[in-house]
Write a protein that binds this ligand. Structure first.
Ligand SMILES: [Zn+2]
Length: 331
């Protein structure tokens, strides 16, 4: 709440709106836990010490603009430490068996943050830190990240670009900020095929987003067999959002959640969501609640809510990705 950004879409009122909605629904049965500041050694697995120090200094000096749209205030550094700490603690809770699913709802968001550069409202890459921690500290071999924020998660994309231990799948509007994430960006080195970019046009709706989850992300999970799935849960693909031009609804987010939860349950693995964007306050709050409600439901096989044939764009994506993931060959 003290990460003050002035007149800015990424504002404290986002958390107020989410808390109000969830409180009205008795937190959907979820237990609330606090998020400690991230351990500095864990933070430095993604962000160099000099960069972390530069953010700390900028905040200590009163804050200001880090780039054209990324603002910090005196307490932003501490907020960012706890946002990152929340996603890392979530990994511990999930891997310790305390919960099969969880949601880390913090600001600032993280998926645009590069190792040594803040951008797109993001200071530290919360989900990349969580994945890195799961691999390095918790000994996992394979983590899958599904990013359905309307913007491409360029930071996460780049951090794991050459890794075959993190399968990064992003559905994002194109063209849109930050301009990265073409379908042709498939990773590099050992990580070729482990970066799966699924750009969608303005106007993309529940059907397209859910079909990409059901017919691309779910079979990829079945092939990759991750030990943990993390979702970069942004809600700016919502039809009411002022920053994106997509047409996703609360039910769309719920459907995507159900499909991912289903495949995680069949794999016997946990799933954790990390809040990214979402700037229409009411839509954001309702969509987070819809996600939590869907996590609570008995897992249902994907496809049941989509119906009909896959949109042509989905068939083309499957064909393209099948060279790396043969299970996606065919319609
Ligand atoms: Zn976004």
């Amino acid at each position: 709440m003290l990460h003050e950004t002035g007149p800015h879409p990424e504002q404290p009122a986002r958390i107020v709106a989410i808390e109000r909605e969830l409180a009205a629904q008795e937190w959907l049965g979820f237990e609330r836990v606090t998020s400690p500041a991230i351990d500095r050694a864990v933070l430095h697995t993604v962000h160099p010490e000099a960069y972390v120090a530069s953010i700390e200094r900028a905040c200590a000096n009163g804050g200001g603009q880090l780039d054209v749209d990324t603002v910090v205030s005196p307490h932003s550094f501490e907020a960012a430490l706890h946002a990152a700490g929340g996603s890392v603690r979530m990994v511990d809770l999930l891997l310790d068996g305390d919960a099969p699913y969880a949601f880390s709802a913090h600001r600032p968001p993280g998926h645009h943050a590069l190792p040594a550069r803040a951008m797109g409202f993001c200071l530290f890459n919360n989900i990349a830190l969580a994945a890195r921690y799961a691999l390095d500290a918790r000994g996992l071999d394979r983590v899958m990240i599904v990013d359905w924020d309307v913007h491409h998660g360029n930071g996460t994309n780049d951090i794991f670009h050459d890794s075959d231990r993190v399968l990064f799948v992003s559905i994002h509007q194109s063209p849109l900020y930050p301009g990265t994430g073409p379908a042709s960006d498939i990773g590099s080195g050992d990580g070729r095929g482990f970066t799966v970019n699924l750009p969608v046009p303005p106007g993309a709706d529940d059907r397209l987003f859910c079909s990409l989850v059901d017919r691309v992300a779910v079979p990829l999970a079945q092939s990759f067999e991750p030990q943990l799935v993390l979702i970069s849960a942004g809600y700016d693909a919502h039809r009411e959002d002022p920053l994106g031009s997509c047409e996703v609804t609360e039910e769309g987010f719920a459907t995507m959640t159900r499909s991912i939860r289903w495949v995680c349950e069949t794999l016997g693995i946990p799933v954790g969501c990390v809040l990214e964007g979402g700037y229409a306050l009411g839509a954001l709050a309702r969509s987070v609640a819809a996600t939590l409600a869907a996590l609570n439901e008995p897992a249902a096989a994907p496809g049941t809510d989509v119906g009909g044939e896959a949109p042509p764009a989905v068939a083309r994506a499957r064909e393209r990705i099948a060279q790396w993931w043969p299970a996606l060959a065919g319609p």
